[in-house]
Design a protein around this ligand. Structure first.
Ligand code: NAD
Length: 343
């Protein structure tokens, strides 16, 4: 049985990935420092002997080395990160710590482990399309597109990508970087756009939309992302970068309208009187459009997204409507108040 570490496994994408890996018969060790966006509810229903969890910060090199020695993973999916752009505007330092120094530590731990044991660990590092910055219509950024990050979040992710590429070239570490577009689906922390909309509808509240709602994002259902990651683990080439996207771009206002429409048409819940779109002050430095070209992944690994936005959003809404407990476990103060505005 293949042994694999997932870092950040109590977060949104990590928890979805762990469930899929276990179904595919991997033995999984989840490493997470249990920061605000982690949620024990995300993996509470797991009943597998092939799953273990250790509370470790990826900045702790000696603990990482100890668990490499004991668990002997053949690969690591690194999803541990600070992930919310608005938080990075208010407090960039934690982003530097987890997203840059944390990745540096992880690389050093993998390098030391190889030196001491002669064993290779393959790193699959999960990065973002935000590293490419604002992309003008109708362009889509491919893997060779220059990096042009706009927020402390995307700059920290870009830095990590560069560090990893340097470790592949200089130390011949085995690593792949994946740059994915916006994910949506079950178990996403409600400070993020789609779960926030659904939370506000469930709670009969106004739906805040930044600026005029014209920002455009490429939306990918989370299990499509996980399937791509597993394909890349199996068949991707070390030192390569792979974009992962759906080719489906929607403006924020279109996303809100679609969610309201899908709820009404499918009679999922009552839409209260207070549920109205409210345009609020835009995010400082807000990129208008991200759009990636993921033809390389299709051509080389024969992967393409399977789940349409209409299908994925219906599944997503139904999950949050059925799992209100998920929201109950999250302190309101961590996601209700507007943040990320310059004072
Ligand atoms: P998330 O915020 O839901 O989860 C992040 C997890 O990492 C949390 O459980 C947190 O406790 C853990 N963590 C943070 N810092 C850590 C540290 N120093 N040590 C150990 N654990 C730590 O994030 P997500 O949306 O699941 O994103 C996962 C990864 O995917 C991130 O690297 C993010 O940049 C990337 N990504 C996300 C999206 C998206 O739309 N959500 C899109 C592209 C890429």
């Amino acid at each position: 049985m293949k042994r694999i570490i997932v870092t950040g496994g109590y977060g949104f994408i990590g928890s979805n990935l762990i469930k899929i890996l276990l179904k595919k018969n991997y033995k999984v060790l989840n490493i997470d420092n249990l920061k605000y966006s982690s949620n024990k509810y995300n993996l509470a229903d797991l009943k597998s002997n092939n799953y273990n969890f250790l509370k470790i910060d990826i900045n702790n090199k000696s603990k990482l080395l100890e668990c490499f020695r004991k668990f002997k993973p053949f690969a690591i999916f690194n999803l541990a990160a600070e992930t919310h752009v608005d938080r990075s505007i208010d407090n960039p330092s934690v982003f530097i710590k987890s997203n840059i120094l944390g990745v540096f530590n992880l690389l050093e731990a993998i390098k030391d482990y190889r030196f001491k044991t002669n064993k290779e660990i393959k790193l699959i590092h999960i990065s973002t399309d935000e590293v490419y910055g604002d992309i003008k219509k109708p362009e889509r950024s491919d893997e060779k597109h220059p990096y042009n990050p706009s927020s402390p979040y995307s700059a920290s992710k870009a830095s990590a990508d560069h560090l990893i590429a340097s470790y592949v070239r200089t130390y011949k570490l085995s690593a792949i970087i994946t740059n994915c577009s916006n994910n949506y689906g079950p178990r996403q922390f409600p400070e993020k756009f789609i779960p926030k909309i659904i939370y506000n509808i469930i709670n009969n509240k106004k739906i805040p939309v930044y600026g005029k709602g014209k920002n455009s994002r490429e939306w990918l259902y989370v299990t499509d992302h996980c399937d791509a990651l597993i394909k890349i683990l199996k068949k991707g080439r070390s030192g390569e970068k792979y974009n992962i996207g759906s080719n489906i771009n929607l403006t924020n206002i279109k996303v809100v309208k679609t969610i309201l429409d899908v709820i009404s048409k499918n009679n999922i819940m009552n839409i209260g009187k207070n549920v109205k779109i409210k345009f609020v002050k835009d995010r400082p430095g807000h990129d208008l459009r991200y759009a990636i070209n993921s033809k390389k992944l299709k051509k080389e690994l024969n992967w393409k997204s399977k789940i349409s936005f209409d299908k994925g959003i219906l599944q997503t809404i139904k999950w949050y409507a059925r799992n209100k407990k998920y929201f109950d476990l999250i302190p309101k103060k961590t996601f209700v108040k507007r943040i990320g505005l310059l004072k």
